[in-house]
Ligand binder design. Structure first.
Ligand code: FO1
Length: 326
């Protein structure tokens, strides 16, 4: 936790809902401000089996980012990576469309071994986070199998085939989260959300359709979010109608939705407040929720800390307004 931390913010645990690269940047700022008082609930709809290994891309992005081990250019995978394994696979004529770096490989091998020996994804992730000295709790949304399927104009595609294999080119018609209806929210996720001292839930600026919706598709999580008293806020992933990285705006256009803050606000019916970028201030009157305008582009570590601080202050204001009116 850094110097700006707990004293300045309303004390209390915070839960962040997060996908991969964009969300992990804010999760890092929150982790630095809140330490043990933060739980990051991460999308696992992108998980898949590849070359016999269990890959959990968003969990790894969050873990590497919070541990300071992520590659800053790619956003995914391990820093200081080498690619001998990929080169050797290529020489064997094996499939190489999905890049696994040599260092990163250790994570997938260890996770696959753990899961095969009956350890849950929650427990494996907690053990990795402990080894990498991450103060916050990093929790997969569920230990059950949930699979994001992208229904495109070319037919149904598994998530990584769409995202990496086809670089998000096919137009999206809708998303399906296979088995989400039967998936149980883990007890760790539910107890973090049901903590009576919970100060806020923060939806990170991840892709709402690909990264946050799989989390919300788990009935136990959605029901709990509908019931909790703590303010739920989101940071819009859009700046001037474009995502910083990734296909959010493209997907919104394909789904027939305007790529603006109002659409993001309406996407989350339980929301109590939205943080938009300062360039989108003009849209505030159409949103119908309390809005805070901030610089949401996170280039530096200081940007991540600053935006995390603004999220916590905004949530505290919303909580105080409710207490004041009650
Ligand atoms: N993204 C890519 O664009 N190309 C890759 O080859 C790739 C490999 C990869 C390996 C491990 C990992 O944890 C993530 C990886 N990603 C890759 C990122 C990942 O596909 C996406 O960023 C997420 O699934 C979407 O959040």
């Amino acid at each position: 936790m850094n110097a700006e931390s707990a004293a300045q913010f309303r004390a209390g645990p915070v839960v962040a809902l997060c996908g991969g690269i964009g969300g992990a940047k804010l999760a890092l700022g929150l982790n630095r401000l809140l330490g043990k008082n933060l739980t990051v609930v991460v999308n696992t709809g992108d998980d898949f089996e590849h070359l016999g290994l269990h890959i959990s891309p968003d969990i790894d992005t969050v873990v590497y980012t919070l541990a300071g081990l992520n590659d800053p250019e790619r956003g995914w995978g391990h820093a200081d990576e080498s690619w001998n394994f990929m080169q050797a696979l290529r020489e064997l004529g094996s499939e190489t469309w999905f890049q696994l770096g040599d260092r990163d490989l250790a994570m997938h091998v260890e996770r696959t071994r753990a899961l095969q020996s009956g350890v849950s994804l929650t427990d494996f992730t907690a053990s990795i986070a402990r080894h990498l000295k991450i103060p916050s709790a990093v929790l997969p949304m569920t230990d059950d199998h949930v699979e994001t399927v992208v229904i495109t104009e070319e037919g149904p595609l598994s998530f990584q085939r769409y995202f990496v294999g086809l670089q998000c080119r096919p137009a999206v018609r809708r998303l399906e989260f296979k088995n989400a209806q039967n998936a149980a929210a883990s007890s760790a996720v539910l107890s973090a959300l049901r903590n009576p001292d919970l100060a806020a839930v923060i939806i990170c600026p991840s892709n709402p359709y690909l990264s946050i919706d799989p989390i919300l598709a788990i009935p136990g999580i959605r029901k709990t979010l509908d019931e909790i008293k703590a303010p739920i806020i989101a940071v819009s992933p859009l700046i001037g109608g474009q995502a910083v990285k990734g296909p959010t705006a493209k997907i919104m256009a394909e789904l027939g939705l305007p790529a603006d803050s109002g659409t993001i606000a309406r996407h989350y019916p339980f929301l109590k407040g939205l943080i938009v970028d300062k360039v989108d201030r003009g849209e505030v009157s159409e949103i119908g929720l309390p809005v805070h305008a901030a610089s949401t582009l996170m280039r530096s570590l200081a940007d991540r800390d600053r935006l995390a601080g603004e999220c916590l202050r905004f949530a505290a204001q919303l909580a105080n307004a409710v207490e004041g009116s009650g």
